[in-house]
Design a protein around this ligand. Structure first.
Ligand SMILES: NC(=O)c1ccc[n+]([C@@H]2O[C@H](COP(=O)([O-])OP(=O)(O)OC[C@H]3O[C@@H](n4cnc5c(N)ncnc54)[C@H](OP(=O)(O)O)[C@@H]3O)[C@@H](O)[C@H]2O)c1
Length: 261
């Protein structure tokens, strides 16, 4: 039976970095890596650059029919899913009413529902030692006005990861929500309100390679949450004990001061 990793959002950014690190053996021996995103061409390029055999699934994960395709392939091949990485996701910055209804809805469909669906279909093919890595965000631990729907979708990912990890722990499967700050990936290519982006990114950036390395380490250790930078770890501890309204006000003042507005 083939041991595989399934990576959504594999065509760029963090997902592509997971594929690279799996290919170098970071996730243990794998017979295949299954890569999922809409951009078939980008996935084919990754397949060509990867020594481990790659199976390409050009799917739009906001569409229900995409999961039938994944389900059928899993039933047909009956692999052992050692790793599921849910990295597909996007965020739009700006006031709630300024973001299109389509984008608001698709953030929920992709950032939340796709994580549920992909996990649901992969879980029957997992065994003790298998891991699910869900790309959340520090926005899932610290509420972010100006990024409200995105922030709420990532809170969903954090809570789903923690509860599933608890449920599945007894059978040796662990689920980890990864909470980085910003990274210079496709995520920031078309992000919406440029002023909000400028203000919020004053907290600084992490490198996708570091985030993925820390995420894999945390997942192997069976941790259900991985905050990948020390400053955000401290901020998330403070945010946990203070009222949410204080946290949001303090952030606002911080961003305004840092952005020099
Ligand atoms: N970069 C950051 O600052 C940051 C910070 C915290 C958390 N995150 C989270 O990290 C994850 C990865 O983001 P990234 O930084 O790697 O951004 P990215 O470079 O834009 O990658 C996003 C991936 O999602 C895929 N995707 C988008 N819409 C899709 C759809 N409808 N169906 C299937 N795949 C879709 C994209 O591929 P196609 O376009 O080919 O479909 C791409 O592979 C996301 O969940 C994001 O929320 C990012």
């Amino acid at each position: 039976m083939a041991n595989i990793a399934v990576v959504t959002g594999a065509s760029s950014g963090v997902g592509r970095e997971f594929v690279r690190q799996f290919d170098r053996g970071a996730g243990g021996p794998l017979d295949q890596i299954w890569v999922i995103a809409r951009n078939a061409e980008a996935l084919e390029v990754i397949a060509e650059q990867t020594a481990t055999p790659v199976r390409v699934f050009a799917l739009d994960l906001t569409k229900r029919s995409s999961y039938e395709c994944l389900h059928d392939a899993l039933e047909e091949e009956a692999p052992t899913v050692q790793w599921l990485v849910n990295s597909a996701g996007f965020g739009k910055f700006g006031d709630f009413g300024q973001i299109s209804e389509e984008d608001e809805g698709n953030m929920v469909r992709l950032n939340c529902l796709a994580v549920v669906e992909a996990t649901y279909h992969c879980l029957p093919h997992m065994v003790a030692g298998s891991r699910v890595v869900n790309m959340a965000s520090i926005a899932g631990l610290i509420p972010q006005p100006g990024l409200s729907t995105y922030s709420a979708t990532k809170r969903f990912v954090v809570d789903l990861s923690r509860t599933l990890d608890y449920e599945l722990g007894p059978v040796g499967i662990h689920v980890c929500a990864v909470c980085p700050k910003f990274m210079e990936t496709g995520f920031l290519a078309n992000p919406g309100d440029a002023r909000e982006v400028r203000r919020m990114t004053t907290i600084g950036y992490e490198k996708p390679a570091d985030v993925v390395r820390k995420a894999l380490h945390a997942a192997v250790l069976g941790r259900s949450t991985c905050v990948t930078s020390p400053d955000m770890m401290a901020a998330s501890v403070v945010a946990k004990v203070l009222p949410a309204s204080w946290v949001m006000r303090a952030q606002d003042l911080f961003f305004t001061a840092r952005a020099g507005e």
